[in-house]
Ligand binder design. Sequence first.
Ligand SMILES: C[S@@+](CC[C@H](N)C(=O)[O-])C[C@H]1O[C@@H](n2cnc3c(N)ncnc32)[C@H](O)[C@@H]1O
Length: 214
Amino acid sequence: MRLKYVKDAKEQIANAPDLILDIPRGTHTLLNQIVPSEMPIEVEIGAGKGQFIHQLSQQQPGIFHIAFEKFDGAIIKALHKCQETPRNNVLLIRADAENIVDFFTPNSVEKIYLNFSDPWPKARHEKRRLTNQKFLNQYKTILKQNGSLVIKTDNRHLFEYSLIQMNACMQFEFISLDLHADDIKDNIVTEFEKKHAPYGPIYTIKAQFKEDNQ
Ligand SMILES: C[S@@+](CC[C@H](N)C(=O)[O-])C[C@H]1O[C@@H](n2cnc3c(N)ncnc32)[C@H](O)[C@@H]1O
């Protein structure tokens, strides 16, 4: 994803504290304390320019949506989208999600979305893939029992890798080898998806963690 450097990104973030937080590396904020206690929480990791979280939070006013994105240039675009239509159920987090477990109390998240995560094809970068066991362990901690991990990717290698990683600890609810051909209703097309879908299928996985004794 090509992104422009945004000179006043830090200032724009500081000016919209109800919509976006900048969390410096090595620090974290317990986000459950910010969310109204009665609202279910859903999380997107790697929100990019924010089309998904923008649309989903409008469609689901009763759910609190939290989106992590590590690059200023992308999350500022997400901020502008969310500012177009005021709402009180979305929070953008400018942070790397590598220690996402520190941001939530255990068993407090209903769903985690990974939309077109960076595939990190080189073996030496395996730990950066968002479906690496290191990340799955954290998702398991913060997700509620029966909470879901929902993945979309156009990358066959990341899809296969994710299936293998998840198979050890999760049960699959839904898999599509061609989301657009399957004509699933309510699919929100992300910026990346719009650009890349013409060139090949979109793979999808929805799964829940197995209970420890299963
Ligand atoms: C290929 S883009 C996809 C963006 C968006 N989800 C879409 O579908 O249009 C992947 C995004 O994930 C972000 N990202 C990757 N790893 C991340 C991490 N560990 N924490 C936060 N954001 C991350 C990248 O900065 C990038 O913006």
